[in-house]
Design a protein around this ligand. Sequence first.
Ligand code: SF4
Length: 312
Amino acid sequence: MVDVVAPQAVPGASGPPLAELGLPRVPGLRAGPLSGLSPSRAADFMTCPLLFRFRTVDRLPEPPSAAAARGTLVHGVLEHLFDLDAVERTPDRAAAMLPETWDGLVAVEPELAELAGEPGEDRDAWFAAAADLLDRYFLLEDPSRLQPAERELYVETELDGGLRLRGYVDRLDIAPGGDLRVVDYKTGRAPGVGYEAKAMFQMRFYALVLWKLRGVVPRLLQLVYLGSGEVLRYEPDEADLRATERKVVAIWHAIERAHEQRDWRPSPSRLCDWCAHHAICPAFGGTPPPLPVEVGSVDETPAEVEQVERSG
Ligand code: SF4
């Protein structure tokens, strides 16, 4: 199990307050192409500006994935598990919730139905893999001893310059003394050594939003990796969250600059293995489609934010 990660500076975001950095608090930027940012889209831009462009400017479709659908299903069960009385929150009961939760998801999005099983993987195996993820959850936490304050909580706040930060928090626990614990479930494996801080960016982002909304710095950020049965924990402080704010604003300005200059560069990395756009990426010999002459808002809707953040 990865244990508590010592607080550390967010790369590229340490230093003086924004006003002293010369970063403009440009009035009216909300009228620009990007007035809101989720952690997923910010991470896209940090990973590869061209990937950000394909997803948010061109809005190119990406093939739906059985793994992402299974992630959505497991998130759904873990959300509704806490509707049950504490003594009923058992591994067997959670596994029994899989079919009904899946039916509920398919009723809302019928196109999900064909994702229950990779090509070559039967439907039973696909559900069994989801049940394995739930079993692993019970090795990490005892849900009968928890009563979350919030589940699937949509959070949104506006920073001084007008940028709106938004996202979905999987679970928020509030201790009797008022301490906040922010929990996010991941159906993949925990990051390797040296990549923990990058994985924690999303949680710092949520902590920043909650701090702005509630005036309290969350006591603990917790990433629960069901794929490998590990938990990554981090205790933020106010300095961390101020650094996160500077970083997010710096990303925002970099996106605005790339948009103005119509310059979205590829940034190849091992994450290209998971990118759906090799055929049109110059790093793989492809040519991107022409940029739209007029690009309107590149904001995500809350529904789009939810779809991306619940599938992880
Ligand atoms: S293949 Fe790699 S470099 Fe190209 S757009 Fe995707 S992430 Fe970026």
